[in-house]
Ligand binder design. Sequence first.
Ligand code: PSU
Ligand code: MN
Length: 305
Amino acid sequence: MTTPHPSLLLADEVAEALAAGRPVVALESTIISHGMPYPANVAMAIEVEEIIREHGAVPATIAVLHGRPCIGLDRDQLELLARDEHVTKVSVRDLPYVLARAEHGATTVAATMRLAALAGIEVFVTGGLGGVHRGAQQTFDISADLTELGQTPVTVISAGVKSILDIGLTLETLETLGVPVLVEGSAEFPSFFSRSSGHAAPMRVDGAAEIAAVARAARTLGLTSGVVVANPIPAEDEIPVEEIGSIIDQALADMDQLGIHGKEATPYLLGRIVEITGGESLTANIALVRHNARLGAAVARELAG
Ligand code: PSU
Ligand code: MN
């Protein structure tokens, strides 16, 4: 049992569960503030916490509020993150600045992993990971999510990566960083909206017990990297690659036209895809987060049990 870092503000329920060794699942907040429109974002945040509770774990949504890293939020805090336009997108490099200035920040996968690890939380559920952007050979745009996965021992459950990224280069980078990449119940790595990507699963697992066994083996060896679990979107919710592919191409072209880059790139692309699909991508996004929450709670229970 890790003692939570003293600069963290833990919700009572989370602190008690961690102290008792009960299952806890971390959730990120960039997906709320910069990944989905209001009010679907706050509805999703509340629902995902409920799903995790129904499945026997304690949810801990992570964000920075008034410069304090908070582990576990109440409804008003989720609402603030969903609505307030002054909430900064916070990756690891942004943490010190936002803390020093007592600002609000929505944490990305990278920053959420780091804060979860400082709290002693081993399992984290999200929608999609950041990765190597298309054209990174020129732009060097590679998400700090990958760096963090290489150095922080948290098991991250997502639906894979969107093809706004270069999926092949993202998988190569995860291999270089020493990160196990597990795919739940499939021989193919999923591409967020779709069950397929054209890339084989680096490692296949079936069920929460197998995932927990890998995480436990990594912990036993003292590996300092995280574990990626890609949980393919359920077939009934998927948007076929043929359909979403051209929409993503359009969103990328629009982004280039507007000259958007850096930390604004991912939020712009997510918003643009929702616009072009008339909300269909949002429905799929919410469905896959629910699905990931069920798996994450089961993995946390296995690890605690
Ligand atoms: N991909 C999604 N939804 C998201 C994100 C990525 O499908 O909300 C968010 C996550 O918080 C992820 C971040 O950590 O974007 C990556 O941003 P960047 O590429 O700037 O590192
Ligand atoms: Mn980037």
